[in-house]
Design a protein around this ligand. Structure first.
Ligand code: HEM
Length: 456
């Protein structure tokens, strides 16, 4: 018979608390869907920073605290892979740098890093400014006639044009609307591919539509690759991938590898940035005093001209607005991992191959780190305030080795767009309404953001 002291000295506690769930399915149904973030917030309130959920046959752990998430993404990252949580996405992006693991990922990341360093991305600044300027010119007649613009569509158009130019030196927003629409629709389909999804081979209408979109995307990307091979002197991200050689074998990327990386960059870079900008405008329209300060900074720094790369370091308040937008609306509000070996988090034993759900949305509202967390307040990101807070509390681009490859690219794009637009127009919502979010892959507005622009 074991003595009481041995029982007490058990190394870890049993499963963390969590909802009971249904037989067989467990809580799998509550862990998906558009309201999932509100569900997670409720679970955190009820059970704490680590919540146990049964997801069919899998053990799931929802992590809501900066420390626990940091443990997975940084401290013990070697024990965590992307795993089955990314199977749905693999249908679209294949085995690119976003979905791969281990040595394959390390090699891909090494290969793709060079154009995304803070210095290297400045080569894209001129192109971003030109495309943004063109978008703002298009708003002119709307301003004159007092017509309403749909900011969602405008921002998707902007980021699609920018990533298209960076990848292939062509303007997808203008020239290839069909491909743009195929990308957008295919992204929207992925979140439905959770563990409970029916096999894609079943000829359901949604499956057929996805396949059709995939065909459009594949044909377009393959044509671009063929053209890039014919014209190797082009200067864009695709040509860089075409020129890349494995350090050890000297081998070039296969057409399939190239296709996967190209679609990955699109997937990762286009919608995330567009949604963030849309939420930014929503917050600015709701907070005219912040918008006025942003506009004053644009007037002072840019004085009516197009920005330069040096201006970037003067647009500090704009950057604070961007940072605060990404805190409240982190486009990738959920991340998933699987642990290879057993681990321990918060004193609880985590068996191998569990499903670990990391929730930046909750980390960005973590009690104690973020007073009055739902309030939009760019002052949270003054250098002093940021310095005083643990870096682990702010992870819109994740952290550790798998941190977003395009974070500097996205920030550059967003700071330019916000400052240039605020310098030229004043924005207000066409209807004074609240726009709730839903999680469909990214945090999307549930209705269009309709705004009126006025020439300043
Ligand atoms: C506001 C815009 C963006 C946000 C919030 C964002 C956020 C993220 C997050 C959270 C991850 C980690 C995903 C995970 O661990 O599962 C990630 C990965 C990634 N992002 Fe972004 N991203 C943005 C824009 C971009 C852009 C513009 C690009 C490229 C042009 C890009 C390329 C990538 C790539 C390639 C990865 C995979 C990195 C790896 O696993 O090594 N992202 N992003």
């Amino acid at each position: 018979m074991s003595s009481p002291s041995v029982v007490e000295a058990a190394p870890t506690r049993p499963n963390p608390p969590g909802p009971r769930g249904l037989p067989v399915l467990g809580s799998a149904l509550q862990m998906g869907g558009r309201d999932v973030l509100s569900n997670y917030m409720e679970l955190q309130r009820e059970y704490g920073d680590i919540v146990f959920v049964k997801l069919g046959p899998l053990n799931g752990y929802i992590l809501a605290s900066p420390d626990y998430v940091h443990h997975v993404l940084v401290k013990n990252q070697k024990n965590y892979i992307k795993g089955i949580g990314y199977d749905g996405l693999r249908l679209l992006v294949g085995q690119g740098v976003l979905t791969s693991d281990g040595e394959v990922w390390r090699q891909q990341r090494r290969l793709m890093q060079p154009p995304f360093t803070p210095t290297a991305i400045t080569q894209f600044a001129g192109m971003m400014i030109e495309i943004t300027q063109r978008l703002l010119d298009r708003w002119e007649p709307y301003a004159e006639r007092g017509e309403v613009l749909s900011m969602d569509a405008e921002m998707l158009h902007l980021t699609m044009s920018i990533i298209g130019r960076a990848m292939f030196s062509i303007d997808l927003g203008e020239e290839s609307k069909e491909v743009g629409a195929a990308f957008e629709e295919a992204f929207g389909f992925i979140p439905s591919r959770n563990g409970m999804a029916l096999p894609l081979a079943l000829p359901l209408p949604a499956h057929r539509r996805f396949q059709g979109n995939l065909d459009v995307i594949n044909q377009f990307v393959e044509e671009r690759i063929a053209e890039g091979r014919r014209n190797p002197t082009q200067d864009n991200l695709l040509s860089l991938l075409l020129r890349a050689r494995d350090e050890e074998t000297g081998q070039a990327l296969s057409t399939t590898d190239l296709r996967d990386e190209v679609v990955t960059l699109f997937f990762a870079g286009f919608e995330t940035t567009a949604r963030s900008l849309t939420w930014g405008w929503y917050l600015l329209a709701k907070h005219p005093e912040v918008q006025a300060r942003l506009a004053a900074e644009a007037d002072r720094v840019l004085q009516g001209r197009a920005p330069t790369i040096d201006d970037l370091f003067q647009l500090n308040y704009t950057r604070q607005v961007v940072d605060e937008t990404l805190r409240l609306y982190p486009p990738t509000a959920l991340l998933a991992r699987q642990n290879v070996e057993a681990d321990e988090i918060g004193g609880y034993a985590i068996p191998p191959k569990s499903m670990i759900i990391l929730v930046p949305y909750l980390v960005h509202r973590y009690p104690g780190m973020w007073p009055d967390p739902e309030r939009f307040d760019p002052e949270r990101f003054t250098p002093q305030a940021s310095e005083a807070r643990s870096k682990t509390a702010y992870i819109p681009f994740a952290s550790g080795p798998r941190v977003c490859l395009g974070n500097n690219f996205a920030l550059l794009e967003m700071v330019y767009a916000m400052s240039m637009a605020a310098g030229r127009y004043q924005l207000e919502m066409a209807e004074d309404e609240e726009i709730p979010f839903e999680l469909v892959g990214t945090m999307r507005p549930t209705k269009p953001l309709r705004v009126k622009v006025q020439r300043k």
